[in-house]
Every structure is written in C-alpha cells, then in structure tokens.
Design a protein around this ligand. Structure first.
Ligand code: GLA
Length: 700
C-alpha cells in the first residue's frame, strides 16, 4: 500500500512475494468520465479509479463500501492516513476468536486512518505469518466526539487491477454441505452470505480467487476465510474499468451497531493467503495454518479417537442396557469412545420437547450419566455426550419458567423449526444459565467428549426483546455464544469438543477455534459424502472432519453401498461408526474390527498428513494422504457407478519420496515412489456400483 501526498491510503499489490518494490505498476491518473475528484482543478484524481485499501461510499468511490458510519454528517468517511505501528506478535481480538502465534512467528502492522469531520478513527490491522504464508486482517472503528451507528464494517477489502479469476466457493444445503463450486467472474457482483444467524449449510465464510487455468498443482490462488459463525457476506465486484474488488465481513442486512462517543467496534478477523502452487497448494497451506494458528484446543495435534455414536442406531429410543450392549460390541471392535446422542435428558422421547432441561432422564438411564459413564469407562472406552444448548422447547421446564428467554416477537405466533425455538444469547443471564447447567452435567460424570449441536436458524427478532436493539441482535448472539464456548472449553480442557449444526450448518472457523472437530454432515451415505468431504477438506484440516460408517439401506438416501466402501470413505476423515453394531453378523463385526485396527495404523497420516486430490472425474474420486516424513501414504479410490465398456483407470499418486521403496500389503507388492507417481497404479476392473479400494504404502 502507499500513502499518497494527500494522505489517502491506496493499495498497490497483494500476491507472490517480490524482493524489492520500485513502483513498476506506476499509478496512472486519467480524466475518467463520471469519476468525481475531491481536488478542484485536478480532474484525474478519483477515489473511483484508484485501488483503495479500505474505503466508504459517498465521496467518489462507487464500488462496494468497506465501511459506513452513520451520524449527523451522513455515512461517508474521508479516511486519511494518520499514523502506523509495527510490532512483533499479534494482539487478541476483543471477544472474538482469531488466529494466534508466538512473537517470533508473527509481526503486526496497524494503520490508523482518520476522518477529520466525523472524528472517526479506523484502525486497519495486518498480522503477517511469514512462514505459514497467511495474513490476518481485521479492523477497529472508533468514534470521537460524535455518537454514530456502524452500518457496514468489512473485515477486509482488496482491489485487484484485473479480473482474471474464477471464483471458488463452498455452497450446498442440509445433507449436501460444502459443494465445491467454481463460478466464472461476471460483470456485476458475485456474492455469498448468510442471514440465518449461523454461517449455514448453504454458504461457507470462504472465497478463493484462482487463475482461470488453475489445476491442482499449478496456478495462482488467493483465498480468504472469515473467522465468524454468524451472518456474513463475501463478494467479488467487477468494475467498468476491468478491475475488481473483493471483500468479506459481517453481513450488513439488519446490522446497525450503536457507538456512543469514544466507543469502538472490533470486526471479526479475515485470513488471507496466496499460493502459486495451485489448489493443492491452497489446501495444504490452509490445513497447516489452521491446525497451528487457529485451532486453540489442547487436542489440536492429538490423534482423535474412533467413536461410536448411537444416533442412527437407536434415535430417541434407548435404554441403559441397549447403550451398554452397543458399547460392549464397540469395545470388542476396537472403538475407543462412546457418544450418547440426543434423547438422554428431560423427557426427550422425540424432537418436540425438553431442550433446555439439561438433567438426565432417569427412566432411560436409571444409574444416571455417572453410572453409564463408569460402566463405559470400565470397558476401557471413553464417554461423550450430545447437547443442543442454544435451543429451547416450548414443552420444557425451562420454557415454563422463562418463556421470555426464547427469541420471539411479542404479539406474533412462534415460528418453529424442528419444533424448537432459539434461546436469546444476547442476554447475559441466558448465557450464564447455559454455562452453569452444562458445567453441572460435565462435572457429574467422566465425560471427555461433547457434541455441541445447533439445529435451527434464527427468526423472529424484535426491537427491545433482547438486551440489544434489533439490529445488534445477530452479532450479540454470536458474541454470547463465543463467551459460552470460551468459558466451557477453558474450564474443561480435557474434553474434546465437536461442533455440529444438523451436520455442517455452522462448520466455520469461528467454531473451529473453540472446537477442533465438526460433524461434517447428517448425510452418512458414503457416496453422498464424497463431495461433502471433498469440499470440507478443501480448506479445513482432516482431523476436524467427522466421518462415520452407517447402516444400509442408508437412512438419508436409501442407498446400499458395500461395507468396505463405507469404511474407505469414512477413513478419509476422522473415523466413527453410527449404526447398531449388535445387529451386525459376526463376519461384519470382524470387518469393523479390522477397519478400526487398520485405521489406528494410518490415523496419524490421515488426520495430520498432506492431502492430494488425484485425477478426479464425475464418476471416480482418488486421493493420497501422505504423512509428514513421507514414510506412509494412504491411497483411496472410489468408482461410483459401473459402466459398460468401462475405461481402465490408471491413477498417478503424489507426494511420495521418489527414491523410496514402498510396500503395499493389500497388493502384496513393493514399488518405488517415482513409479507410483509417474506411471501410476491400474485400478481393478470390477463391474459393481460403489466400488472402492484402499491401499496403504509403507516405506521399507
Ligand atoms: C442433528 C445432528 C445429528 C443428531 C441429531 C439429534 O441432526 O446433526 O447428528 O445429533 O441432531 O437430534
């Protein structure tokens, strides 16, 4: 960036590192029709045609605004450079999750921009993680002597001098999250976002701009994540002069934040990265960075346990004996953690009651959680529990006591989703109640894992019903949620937390900061999972991606897939089981046991290795996961549908050591790395739908 003579801060370049900058991309001033100038007599200087660093509308820049502050002078800000600071390390963001690092790993630049008329100061913060190749950006807006209302506050904007990109985003819906979507750049504006109160199943706070000819291995990719779990926006806007503006931040729909005189507002953080190593480069850089600098949990680098979850095995209908019989089978099969899902509390026998009543249902569990946890611990397994803390059922003790804690509009009927309402987390007392009641449960038994669910989106916000104005509500809700998560995850560092929102309905970096795992989707069908897991692992670490083997016909789509394929696909993530093990035949039980034994031997590679996507087609998917010292590779190939006259598929692996010899027990053969990477492996020609193989290569 550069401070011009009139103290306007313009953007000069963002991309591949250059050793020295001598202004080769000279700023060229031209008299452009209909581009106004703030300097009388100078018709060539216009905020509309310059690359700006952070700008508002109203004074000549007609592109999407990064900031709007409403006060008696209107909403425009004439931001001029005032001062800057550079320091080692990085400050914490007030009340928000954000990246972190030691003083040696990160250096921060803060720039103060100031608008004299409105007395508003805008501080732009840039933290450079040089080794990890990431840049963290955020903004603090501070009022001076005038009370104001913040109407727009992006976490970053970035102007590019060209439009030579394709836009990569993650779209989808419930049961079909994180579909990797590539959109050509268009004239106009491409935007994604959410106004659901959660980042949502259908959009992810992530956007990448890649060269149009990008491949897995070549081409430039700029990527941006927003570390936030609520309403957000992300856009790419092209201009008539063939430049483009990129931005992300809080969604300004329904957003107005009141600032008294001398108050400030902190935006969420955006994480930007650049690579010229193509899409694989983006994925690997993102995994490494998030794992090291964003996942705060003590579990960040610990191998994750193989779990059994009783949801699809029993739904709400279980007894202690049923749970224990499942646990015994699981233990026999080498499973390490038992997760008791929905239905253990209040009078919860279906999804119409009891959310909010976080005390054990003694009819189902006569020995309480403690009795159950002890029995499961005695088997040598850990015990985990499901909660959906942010919700309230009308049929609950909590609602009868505090009907006003449910978000609602006075005088209107409730709007239900899964028969439940959302608690008003903008109220301190509601958050305190949740902290207390969950603490009580976690202290009542040896619970070492929590699945934190959230199964509906927010409606029915009204003025004044919350401890917030209507327009502050959504952000205050998220701040309340983050306070709860901060308190509980710090109070229970030995608990492994997994986030969930009907699957991946809030699978974002705000949640990942507190919870090192997420349940990727309620869709447990191995074939449906392929695209969900591919999109999720495009940016999020594999260790964070929960993936379960479930029963057939699959409960969501009715598909019947081979057990081996269900295992192979689940082993592309953090392996778990979600089916009634007691109903399996002895031979299937043995298969489960051999899958878990095998997974334990590849777990480090899968969860913490480098992922390579290999020659993907609509009908075939292939991956290699390679551990850090390249001594092990896990190769997985899935062919969705059998075809007549099927072409032979030969897959070339990636990421191995060329001169190393690898043995593959499944093929009972050994190959050098260069052979596997240059010549490749011929896939078996099997005429069956949903066929897959998994080959492990161990360096000899
Ligand atoms: C959500 C979750 C499921 C399960 C149910 C329980 O849908 O995504 O995994 O926990 O809730 O009600």
């Amino acid at each position: 960036m550069q401070v011009l003579e009139n103290d306007i801060l313009v953007h000069r370049y963002f991309g591949k590192k250059v050793n020295q900058f001598s202004s080769s991309n000279k700023i060229t001033y031209l008299d452009r029709a209909f581009s106004p100038s703030p300097i009388s007599g100078n018709r060539t200087f216009s905020l509309d045609t310059l690359s700006m660093e952070y700008s508002s509308n109203g004074l000549g820049d007609f592109r999407a605004a990064a900031i709007e502050v409403r006060n008696e002078f209107g909403t425009a800000l004439d931001l001029r450079y005032q001062t800057h600071r550079i320091f080692k390390g990085k400050k914490k963001l007030l009340d928000l999750p954000a990246s972190f690092a030691s003083e040696e790993e990160v250096e921060t630049l803060e720039i103060d921009l100031y608008d004299q008329l409105t007395d508003v100061t805008v501080t732009l913060s840039y933290s450079v993680f040089e080794e990890a190749n990431f840049l963290a950006r955020s903004v603090v807006i501070q009022t001076g002597r005038y009370p104001s209302t913040l109407e727009t506050a992006l976490s970053f904007m970035l102007d590019f001098p060209h439009q030579d990109f394709a836009i990569h985003s993650l779209t989808g819906r419930y049961g079909y999250e994180k579909e990797w979507t590539v959109t050509p750049i268009t004239k106009g504006k491409y935007s994604i976002g959410s106004i659901r109160g959660a980042s949502s199943h259908s959009r992810t706070p992530f956007l990448a701009l890649a060269s149009k000819d990008v491949t897995e291995d070549y081409g430039e990719v700029y990527s941006a994540h927003l570390v936030y779990s609520g309403n957000f926006t992300g856009f790419v806007e092209t201009t008539a002069l063939e430049t483009c503006r990129w931005g992300m931040g809080l969604n300004d729909w329904g957003f107005c934040w009141k600032l008294e005189a001398h108050q400030s507002f902190q935006t969420p953080e955006a994480l930007l990265s650049y690579t010229d190593r193509g899409l694989t480069g983006m994925t690997q850089t993102s995994h490494a960075f998030l794992q090291k600098h964003l996942v705060r949990s003590p579990f960040a680098n610990k191998p994750r346990p193989i779990l059994i979850n009783n949801w699809e095995a029993t739904y709400f209908h279980f007894t202690e004996e049923k749970i224990l019989s499942l646990a015994r089978e699981a233990q026999q099969a080498g499973i390490e953690l038992f997760v008791l899902d929905d239905g253990w509390f209040g009078k919860r026998n279906n999804d119409e009651s009891s959310l909010g009543d976080w005390y054990v249902n003694k009819e189902k569990l006569p020995n309480g959680l403690n009795g159950l946890a002890e029995a499961i611990n005695d088997l040598g397994m850990e015990f985990g529990l499901w909660f959906e803390p942010e919700m309230i059922s009308v049929d609950s003790e909590l609602y009868r006591k505090h009907p006003d804690w449910a978000i609602h509009i006075k005088g209107r009927e409730h709007i239900y989703s899964r028969e439940q309402l959302v608690l008003d987390l903008s109220k301190k007392e509601v958050c305190d109640y949740l902290i207390d009641s969950i603490t009580r449960v976690l202290q009542s038994a040896n619970i070492t894992y929590v699945k934190w669910d959230m199964n509906r989106n927010i409606t029915s916000i009204s003025e004044g019903q919350a401890n917030a104005t209507k327009h502050e509500f959504y952000h205050r809700y998220i701040l309340g949620l983050y306070r709860i998560l901060d308190t509980l995850t710090q109070a229970f560092p030995h608990v492994l937390f997994e986030s969930c929102a009907g699957g991946g309905g809030r699978n974002d970096l705000g949640m990942l900061y507190y919870m090192p795992q997420a349940w990727a989707s309620d869709n447990t069908d191995a074939i449906g999972r392929l695209s969900i897991q591919e999109g999720t692992s495009l940016i999020y670490p594999i260790a964070s991606m929960g993936a379960h083997v479930s029963a057939v016909p699959n409960h969501q789509v009715g598909r019947i897939t081979p057990f081996s394929t269900r295992g192979n696909v689940a082993m592309l993530g953090n392996l778990g089981y979600e089916l009634d093990l007691t109903a399996l035949s002895d031979s299937k039980k043995k298969e489960v046991a051999s899958q878990t034994a095998l997974y334990k031997s590849i777990r480090q590679t899968v969860q913490f290795g480098n992922i390579y996507r290999l020659q993907q087609t609509e009908n075939t998917k292939a991956y290699t996961y390679v551990n850090k010292d390249k001594s092990q590779a896990v190769f997985t190939f899935v062919k969705i549908l059998a075809q007549p006259e099927a072409p032979l598929v030969q897959v070339r692996l990636k990421g191995l050591e060329e001169r190393a010899l690898y043995h593959c027990p499944q093929l009972d053969a050994s190959f050098y790395g260069d052979e596997l990477m240059n010549i490749g492996l011929t896939m078996p020609h099997i005429q069956k739908d949903f066929f897959s193989v998994q080959y492990i290569f161990n360096k000899i």
